[in-house]
Design a protein around this ligand. Sequence first.
Ligand code: AMP
Length: 411
Amino acid sequence: MNFQAPKGVSEYIPPRSAIFEFVREQLCAPAKSAGYKYMELPVFEDTGLFARGVGESTDIVTKEMYTFEDRGGRSITLRPEGTAGVMRAVIEHGLDRGQLPVKVLYSGAYFRAERPQKGRYRQFYQVGIEAIGLNDPLIDAEVIWLADQAFKNIGLKNYRLEITSLGDAESRAAHRKDLLKFYETLNLDEATASRAKLNPLRLFDDKRPEMVEAMSKAPKLLDYLNEDSKLHFEKVRAYLDALGVQYEINSKLVRGFDYYTGTTFEFIHLGLGAQSAIGGGGRYDKLMSELGGQDLSGIGWGLGVDRTLLAAEEEGVIPADLGNADLFIIPLGTQLAAIKIAAELRSAGKVVEIAFGDRGLKGAMKAADKSGAKYVLVLGENEVESGSVELKTMSSGDVKSVRISDLVNAI
Ligand code: AMP
């Protein structure tokens, strides 16, 4: 019996897994250097957390959650996104009672029962941050800048940042009134009407051509922002300009969660085809209090590791030697000495492989070649005795004599 991975999951095996690790680290790096603290959370939570947090009008909650009953009869859901779980943990552990803003970073696997295609998986990976407890346009701009910086560090160029503001409760209420009036003129089918009832903005997200056409005439929330919301958004834009972050305003931008308020944004890669969103996020004013915590506003993002990797491959910006060893040692009857030399170099931070098994010199050279190691050396008894080896640079074939004690500087 041969088993296969479940349908639609993404998995990374060598050598491509080195690229995955690289991309994930690069996505985390700017946030880490800005003092965001790493958090590791469970991949499953109480189903109610997501129903309540993500929102009952969303595709995620209505169609895409992996929900099951555990052995104790509790309803459990594999996390479809990160923010709700972070909020649960922040409240449960009282992080919001300390210094604000709470700034956290996380990464891991997320689960949505979507129709699989290129760039859309049922298990996929995200890196995310949240900054909780401060409603300041400056932090909105910094959060967006951290994502932009992450993509830039990887070398991506061919993407666009779209931003909008969903305003505060007052702005949304004014818009909602006119939007619902507009919906009365549309003759919506029952399912669509009931989605609109749960969250009227949701229909901006409807991909059916007739709905896209109809919604192009709908009143836009950006035109309904009250003075506070308008000012906040203007400041975010001014800060982004000052930080050199390029963006476009998209007044129809709706994200897949109900919790967003105010500043909302999405990064779109232009070389990926249909599944082009590589990251997105926004501010959420009510999420924390909805989940039983204090009435604190927050802002955050989730960046897709899988799609960022596809984008980086598409743009050809992945370093060629990722995950390759610095040195490959071929011992000839000197296995133990080789392991000792390798141990010393490894503790100095070098990546060192040793040829194992009895493949003979030719076979071992082949293995060295395949490994992509930068240098190779053959370690015979003579070399061990004299303390000097011939170090070969694989790319050029150049050979030089190096003292074993000096190897760490030579490679
Ligand atoms: P979201 O949590 O929906 O805002 O998604 C944030 C990012 O995660 C997106 O921009 C995608 O890059 C990635 N993402 C979301 N859903 C999937 C999926 N099913 N497969 C792969 N990547 C995904």
